[in-house]
Design a protein around this ligand. Structure first.
Ligand SMILES: *Cc1c(COP(=O)(O)O)cnc(C)c1O
Length: 423
């Protein structure tokens, strides 16, 4: 599918008068349309709820937009919990799906009334000790091990992943939880990441539904919800076909009717924790070409770097690039598009065919709406950019300001030298 920037060159020239590059830009209209489509795709299940994975795009403004479509929050840390609380999303609208969880985070989650999703059987005792008594509703994360396979091959490798209970531990865990007074149970699993296939959720759902039937039969635990978690992907490359959430919803409905209905479990709610699918395509990183370098290769240096978008450096991830004003020009130049970090993996593109780029050109890096801004860090003392929202009426709203040196130095205020830093 052709990748189209949300903005024209002229629009960016207008925006930079107020907000200089680089910045992340989100498209409100598309975020809303997609959130509505997700809600409709699962409307057949009365208990359905999407818990937006906050880690993907931890911006309260965007979380509140999703909340208008019934989305809660999936949190995995203290500050993510605090963010949800501040956004007015609390109680059972929070799924706390963490791992290696510190005691104070469980405490805070319980205080907010969040649903706690345990990552390990030893955490049953851990949580009981912290809270004095287990909550009435609890969920466990499942990891069957081995590889996760679909019709087009191996999708991921749960056997190598640190998360979740083994099959044996699920049965043992539910028995223990039941004995300890837990009344409502959930099952959670995240077995493959960024799946660009309508098959993932239905295949996962079938496996979890079958497990749920067995668990309920053998342990007597009353299973109230099944959480398909994240993993629904997006097409980062133009040749990939996007997932169709309606087809995915119908696929889950089909296995629900095959497995859960005949077992008398037609009241089980379906939950999801999508991050990438909710936001990924609706964010773009806008950056300016500030240098060109001709050495052993052709380089374009931009004013963004891996601090603004880490996925290419971290996973060699592909992010499509459009040069604004040259959308229709021939891609007849081969470039490495690089940031300024003293790290040779700080490259947004390697050997990418693009139109000829001149200093001052604006580049749009696509699909940065999830795990983009959020993953950033402060290496080399680089500061994180602003986040802007392109509103439905075409105006621009600042939804997070750019960091300043003062933010960077804030944690040094315990030192005498702090007073010498010139801001
Ligand atoms: C990261 C994560 C998600 C979201 O994953 P996406 O691939 O962005 O959909 C959901 N649940 C948990 C527990 C996660 O860690």
């Amino acid at each position: 599918m052709k990748k189209i920037p949300f903005v024209t060159k002229e629009k960016v020239q207008e925006i930079v008068k107020t907000y200089p590059t680089p910045f992340h830009l989100y498209d409100e209209k598309k975020i809303r349309e997609n959130a509505k489509a997700v809600k409709e795709a699962f409307a057949w299940n009365p208990g359905f709820k999407e818990y937006f994975a906050v880690k993907a795009t931890p911006n309260p403004y965007l979380m509140q937009i999703l909340h208008e479509y019934g989305c809660g929050c999936d949190c995995s840390s203290l500050t993510e919990l605090m963010l949800s609380e501040a956004a007015g999303i609390t109680g059972n609208e929070i799924m706390f799906s963490s791992n290696d969880t510190p005691a104070e985070e469980y405490e805070y989650a319980a205080k907010l009334g969040a649903i706690i999703n345990l990552d390990d059987i030893t955490h049953i005792e851990f949580v009981e000790k912290i809270l004095g008594k287990l909550p009435e509703t609890m969920s466990c994360r499942y990891n069957p091990g081995g590889v996760f396979q679909m019709s087009n091959g191996i999708m991921d490798n749960p056997g190598d992943s640190k998360y979740g209970f083994t099959t044996g531990q699920m049965f043992e865990g539910y028995r223990i939880l039941k004995e300890k007074g837990v009344k409502n149970f959930g099952i959670h699993a995240f077995l493959a990441s960024n799946t660009v296939s309508n098959e993932y959720y239905p295949v996962l759902a079938k496996e979890l539904f079958e497990l749920a039937v067995k668990l309920e039969k053998e342990t007597g635990a009353d299973i109230k919800f099944i959480n398909l978690s994240g993993g629904v992907g997006i097409p980062y490359t133009p040749d990939q076909e996007p997932n169709d959430i309606k087809v995915i919803g119908e696929g889950v409905r089909k296995v629900y009717e095959e497995v859960l209905l005949p077992a008398g479990m037609g009241d089980v709610a379906i939950y999801t924790e999508m991050g990438r699918f909710m936001m990924g395509p609706y964010g773009q990183l806008v950056t300016k070409a500030i240098h060109e370098k001709h050495t052993h290769k052709e380089y374009i240096g931009v004013d963004a770097c891996a601090v603004n978008l880490m996925r290419p450096a971290m996973y060699g991830a592909y992010h499509h690039i459009t040069v604004l004003g040259k959308e229709e020009a021939a891609c007849d130049h081969k470039y490495d598009v690089v940031g300024s970090l003293c790290e040779n993996n700080d490259k947004f593109a390697i050997d990418r065919m693009l139109p000829e780029i001149e200093k001052g050109d604006y580049l749009v890096i696509h699909d940065t709406g999830a795990h983009g801004y959020a993953m950033g860090y402060n290496y080399n003392g680089k500061l994180k950019s602003a986040e802007l929202l392109l509103k439905e009426n075409g105006s621009i709203e600042l939804i997070r300001r750019a960091e300043t040196p003062k933010d960077y130095f804030a944690t040094l205020d315990c030192l005498p030298v702090y007073s010498k830093i010139k801001f």
